[in-house]
Structure formats: C-alpha cells, structure tokens
Design a protein around this ligand. Structure first.
Ligand code: HEC
Length: 261
C-alpha cells in the first residue's frame, strides 16, 4: 500500500517536471495567427438553450453571475416546467431572484487576482465567436498561478472550467518575423490528458453554453424573430387583399370602358 503511494508520487513528480521543463511550448506567450471559431448560435433551438443553461449553472455560476436575469423569466423562456426549473436552480431559494451567487467580489479578487465579471452582456461585448473560442482555448502553462493560460486571453486569471470534459492541452507555436518583430505564431494544440467527453461532444457543450449566453445578452431577440414572422405574414395577406380589392374596384371601370376610352 505504502509502496503504491510512493510510486504514484514519483509518477506525479515526473509528470510535473515534464510539464515544467517542456518549455518553450508552455511559457507564457502572446500569440498571432489564432483564428476565432464560428459559434453555432440558434436562439430558436430550445433544447440547446436548456443544455447551455445547465452547463452555466454547473460550471460557471460558482464564480460568475447573470445579474439581470431572473430565474422565473429564464424558466419561461426555456419552456421549463416548475420541477425542471427547481432542479436547475438547486442553490437558490426563490424563482423571483436574480441569477447571482454568493461570491464576495473582494474575496474573489484576492483568490484569482481579478474579479469574475458578470456575464449578462458578455456576448454583446466580445462577440459570440470570441466567447466560443475562448472557452476552448485554455492550455497548460506552469508559469501561471492557475496552471493554465488562454490563447485569446493572454494571462487570464480564470482557471480552466473544462479541464475534465475537454482534457488539458499544451500549445505549440513557432517564432516568426512579422513586420520586423519576432512574434509567436500558433501552430496547434496537443492533448496532455484525455477529456471525459469526445472532442465532438465537448464542442457541443461549449456551443450550447455560448448559445445560452447569446440569448441572455439579447433578451428580445426571440420576441423579434417571432414578431418578424407575423409582420411578414401580415404583409403577404395585406398584399393579397389589396390586389383583390383593386381588381374588384376596377372591374366596373373596365366593363364600362373596355378599350380605355
Ligand atoms: C473559479 C472561478 C471561475 C469559474 C468557475 C469560471 N470563471 Fe470565468 N472568469 C473568472 C475570472 C476570475 C475571470 C477574470 C479573468 C481576468 O480578468 O483575467 C473570468 C473571466 C471570464 C470571461 C472573460 C470576461 C471578460 O470580460 O473578458 C468569460 C467570457 C468567462 N469568464 C466565462 C466563463 C464561463 C462561460 C464559465 C463557465 C464555463 C466560467 N467563466 C467559469 C473566474 C471563473
């Protein structure tokens, strides 16, 4: 038993040393040539929004809030019945409360070096593609207090929320000359540990989450889509009516003056 623990410690030590000394891949760097990925936003996909809300509550709400979003409103927008909403908001007491958490800002700043911002309008601020890419772009970096860095948010203070479902990855880049400066150009990510989700399932997890955050950022978008459909339907019906009326109106005129006289 004792032997086993020692063996494990040695393995752990070797792994840590491996990470520490596998520089330059894992030193803190600022990157070029790292493209944003296109986020799969579809605000009419209720199942996706529901999955995204669940991921947000489980993975993000410990640190982040949605201070303009009421639980009860969320339930309505996601078509959740009372029971489903209760399950989603396991930490909260009243559905009329806002989606906030109990983390004091000062403490958070002390723990992470930066306060986790409210995410109510993050998709408006940064764009859905940025959020989608950011959440997939953490990589191992032992020089950071959290052990990770991020390819679109250099020296980020947030730990990787998906280190288990995605698995850890390390970064490979090359130094190139760009306008006379040496810059680090992104080459690829290489998996370090295996995620509990397949790469495809992980992308869906992050896609649904981004979709959910997009919905929170654009509270009236869905209403606008539905309203738009009605407006167009009205225009079509009105055009048909107007045409019928015009025919009816001119019928007599044409009959009395068949050759336009
Ligand atoms: C352990 C706490 C913690 C958890 C869990 C966490 N974050 Fe963060 N997050 C932070 C901190 C701290 C920052 C501020 C980073 C900085 O300024 O360097 C941050 C920053 C962000 C930003 C960038 C905000 C900006 O203004 O640029 C986004 C987007 C974000 N988090 C999304 C998420 C999402 C989505 C989840 C859930 C999957 C999540 N975070 C989970 C602590 C956390």
């Amino acid at each position: 038993m004792k032997m086993q623990i020692q063996t494990r410690l040695v393995v752990l030590g070797v792994l840590t040393a491996g990470l520490l000394f596998s520089a330059p891949q894992s030193e803190a760097i600022q990157l070029t040539g790292y493209p944003l990925e296109h986020a799969p936003i579809n605000l009419t996909d209720t199942a996706s929004l529901q999955r995204g809300a669940r991921t947000f509550v489980n993975y993000c709400m410990g640190c982040h809030t949605l201070q303009y979003q009421r639980w009860s409103q969320l339930g309505k927008r996601l078509h959740l019945d009372h029971q489903a909403l209760r399950e989603l908001m396991f930490l909260q007491t009243k559905p009329t409360q806002m989606m906030t958490n109990a983390m004091p800002v000062q403490e958070a700043t002390r723990w992470f070096g930066a306060a986790p911002p409210d995410l109510s309008v993050i998709v408006d601020q940064k764009g859905s593609n940025w959020v989608y890419t950011y959440l997939q772009s953490f990589y191992v970096d032992p020089s950071r207090p959290t052990g990770v860095n991020n390819a679109v948010f250099y020296r980020v203070a947030m730990p990787d929320p998906f280190w288990q479902t995605q698995g850890l990855q390390r970064i490979v880049y090359r130094r190139v000359r760009h306008n006379g400066y040496l810059v680090n150009q992104f080459v690829k990510f290489v998996p370090v540990t295996k995620g509990t989700l397949s790469p495809r399932a992980f992308r869906r997890q992050v896609g649904d989450l981004t979709n959910f955050l997009a919905m929170v950022s654009h509270p009236d978008e869905l209403k606008r889509i539905h309203l738009g459909i009605w407006v167009i339907a009205f225009c079509v019906v009105f055009t048909i009516l107007a045409y019928a009326l015009k025919r009816e109106y001119w019928k007599d005129v044409h009959r009395k003056h068949p050759h336009g006289k």
